[in-house]
Design a protein around this ligand. Structure first.
Ligand code: SF4
Length: 401
């Protein structure tokens, strides 16, 4: 299994598969064809249908810079290797220099069709929660210890940077007002939620509103195309920062403790990515926000001293109660239902971690089983519910004016 760095990519929103992945494909073309004077890009599948809302065009043009680039959208072609496929042709004064088909597999990762993938560096010998749990129980170590044993060199500084960026994103989001770009006229609400949360005397509402405020802050920054950290994707980048930010503010956890929690969450995310998917286009929102919810629930349980069984139960429960969640972004924008969904998932992570503290033993469903179930459920979802903006809220919401 690969490094958990893959789960936490620092970049610009609003979509790891629709902006970070295509941008990486363009960088590869620039490297391979330095003599190109122009490029032609054709977007297929979800990239063609929701690319405009996800700002795919903007990410491509930004990456090619001053080199002219023509972008086409083909929504008719269905025999494509992946729901997020793009073809790029390099041209020199009208002559073709070369062409490649890329698939954006989620979390900002890219593959070139027909070319062997560069061997992914295997940092983890084990790729199931049950096997890792057994090793940790035998060696009497925590999940965070296991992560840092597998990645002893530079992971902690990397996670420190990711945490610093998460905090910066939340803070900036809390202090930015206005309307999000894209045409839906969605008002930014993070600051307002925090103010109401601070005033609220009812403890439960106060906690919920503050957690929601932090999730909104991170997601609004992402939707605006600002700097953020995937966790495990751009669309789901509000859940984990929200709960960790709340923990820091309320309970004063220090950086090392929060980075240990990030390590646990990253391990959970990487297990999902390895054994299933974290791509909404491949398996619906359960793969994005559901995964983020499982990561956050596991991190919370670990932060509060949960046992391996309690951490597993928290992550499993969080994912179990996101099963079937569809991806239906209105207008193809990562705003409705995405922002609110992150906030609700952050609250759900607390519920799952709290329940798991008590009902962690004798569980019939393991984390590995729920991940397998999520993947199978995702593959059964009709295409309209997998980031095509053809179904669900995206279909029912009145057309943009
Ligand atoms: S609905 Fe979920 S998976 Fe789809 S774009 Fe929004 S956050 Fe991502």
């Amino acid at each position: 299994m690969q490094s958990i760095r893959e789960i936490y990519k620092i970049g610009r929103g609003p979509s790891s598969s629709h902006t970070m992945g295509p941008a990486k494909a363009c960088e590869i073309m620039l490297e391979r064809y330095p003599a190109a004077s122009a490029f032609e890009v054709t977007l297929y599948g979800s990239l063609a249908k929701t690319g405009e809302g996800h700002r795919t065009d903007y990410a491509i043009k930004q990456t090619f810079g001053s080199t002219p680039c023509q972008i086409y959208k083909n929504t008719d072609k269905t025999d494509i290797p992946h729901p997020n496929t793009l073809g790029i042709v390099a041209l020199s004064h009208g002559e073709e220099l070369g062409r490649h088909t890329f698939v954006s597999v989620g979390g900002g990762d890219i593959q070139i069709v027909g070319e062997p993938q560069p061997p992914a560096e295997d940092r983890y010998p084990l790729a199931s929660f049950s096997a890792i749990r057994a090793i940790c129980e035998n060696a009497e170590i925590s999940l965070a210890d296991y992560v840092f044993r597998c990645e002893p060199e530079s992971l902690r500084p990397y996670l420190n940077d990711a945490w610093e960026q998460m905090k910066a994103t939340v803070r900036k989001g809390l202090h930015t007002e206005g309307i999000l770009p894209g045409g839906l006229k969605v008002k930014r609400r993070a600051g307002e939620l925090r103010l109401t949360g601070r005033r609220e005397h009812n403890f439960i509402k106060k906690q919920d509103l503050l957690i929601a405020a932090y999730a909104y802050a991170a997601c609004e920054e992402n939707a605006a195309g600002e700097k953020m950290v995937t966790a495990p994707t751009c669309g789901a980048s509000g859940v984990l920062p929200a709960v960790l930010y709340y923990e820091k503010e309320m309970f004063g956890y220090d950086r090392d403790e929060l980075v240990d929690a990030l390590a646990v969450a990253g391990l959970i995310g990487q297990l999902i990515k390895t054994n299933a998917s974290v791509s909404g286009a491949e398996a619906g929102c359960q793969a994005e926000v559901g995964s983020a919810c499982a990561m956050a629930a596991g991190a919370l349980s670990a932060l509060h001293g949960g046992s391996l069984a309690q951490i597993e139960a928290a992550a499993e429960m969080a994912m179990e109660h996101c099963l079937g969640m569809t991806c239906d972004p209105v207008g193809g924008l990562v705003q409705i239902p995405c922002i609110e969904r992150n906030a609700v998932a952050a609250m759900k992570a607390y519920n799952a971690a709290a329940l798991a503290e008590v009902v962690y033993d004798n569980r019939k469903i393991s984390f590995d089983l729920v991940v397998k179930t999520m993947y199978e459920t995702g593959r059964d979802l009709a295409a309209g519910y997998r980031e095509t903006a053809d179904g669900g809220l995206a279909k029912m919401y009145p057309a943009l004016g």
